[in-house]
Design a protein around this ligand. Structure first.
Ligand SMILES: O=C(CO)[C@@H](O)[C@H](O)COP(=O)(O)O
Ligand SMILES: [Fe+2]
Length: 214
């Protein structure tokens, strides 16, 4: 069964706590938090103080997706604020091994994300250290974009790579343009953690929306 992680980027920021409680009631598994710095991606979102403010609102794990340059500078503050798992972009880390170990040594599961144009080979020698690999199914920076179909062969390639190495316990996460239709395609291609922003938060009936993704 897929893990569903609604992305609060599509929530109503004026009622963020209520929206988080609502998706928890509706059956969400993780809360996906998109951190953007206006440099690595052309948009700006939340910092650690926002994560800290919403931490008491839910018991669900906070899945923090860092779309920022030099993530090693901010990882400690996100952990202190209540992150339960952290994913960094391969493209944003000069020393990816060091950054992944920084997350692991703090006791958190570590993930590595890949933009649509980045080959996944960069992670081949790091598999022992990873809990999750995120295949971006849009170019990161904004919610509500269209799913990129070339992500599907990449997902299959990753699934095969993990199976060949006996590493199929590593989560394969997808993020961007996931809805009731594309969720079927990505699941068939190997994804087991589905992030969805608009497809959950813009729906009146969030329980039905989550069920249709699952
Ligand atoms: O990381 C990102 C965007 O960069 C995502 O988490 C989006 O927030 C997903 O939004 P939808 O495409 O599902 O609306
Ligand atoms: Fe994300």
């Amino acid at each position: 069964m897929s893990i569903i992680a609604p992305s609060i980027l599509s929530a109503n920021f004026a009622a963020l706590a209520d929206d988080i409680k609502d998706v928890e009631r509706a059956g969400a598994d993780w809360i996906h938090i998109d951190v953007m710095d206006g440099h690595f991606v052309p948009n700006l979102t939340f910092g650690a103080p926002v994560v800290q403010a919403i931490r008491p609102v839910t018991k669900l794990p906070f899945d923090v997706h860092l779309m920022i340059e030099r993530p090693e500078q901010l990882i400690p503050s996100f952990i202190k604020a209540g992150a339960d798992r952290i994913t960094v972009h391969a493209e944003a880390c000069t020393h990816l091994h060091r950054v992944v170990h920084m997350i692991k040594e703090a006791g958190l599961p570590a993930g590595v994300a890949f933009n649509p144009a980045t080959p996944i080979a960069a992670v081949e020698n790091l598999l022992d250290d990873l809990d999750l690999i995120l295949i971006m199914t849009v170019n990161p920076g904004f919610g509500g974009q269209q799913f990129i179909p070339q992500s599907l062969p990449k997902l299959r390639q990753l699934r095969t790579m993990l199976a060949e190495r006996g590493m199929s316990h590593i989560h394969i996460q997808v993020d961007g343009g996931i809805n009731a239709q594309t969720s079927v395609l990505v699941r068939e291609a190997g994804a087991d953690v589905l992030v969805a922003g608009n497809a959950v938060f813009l729906e009146q009936d969030r329980a039905a929306a989550i069920a249709s993704l699952r």
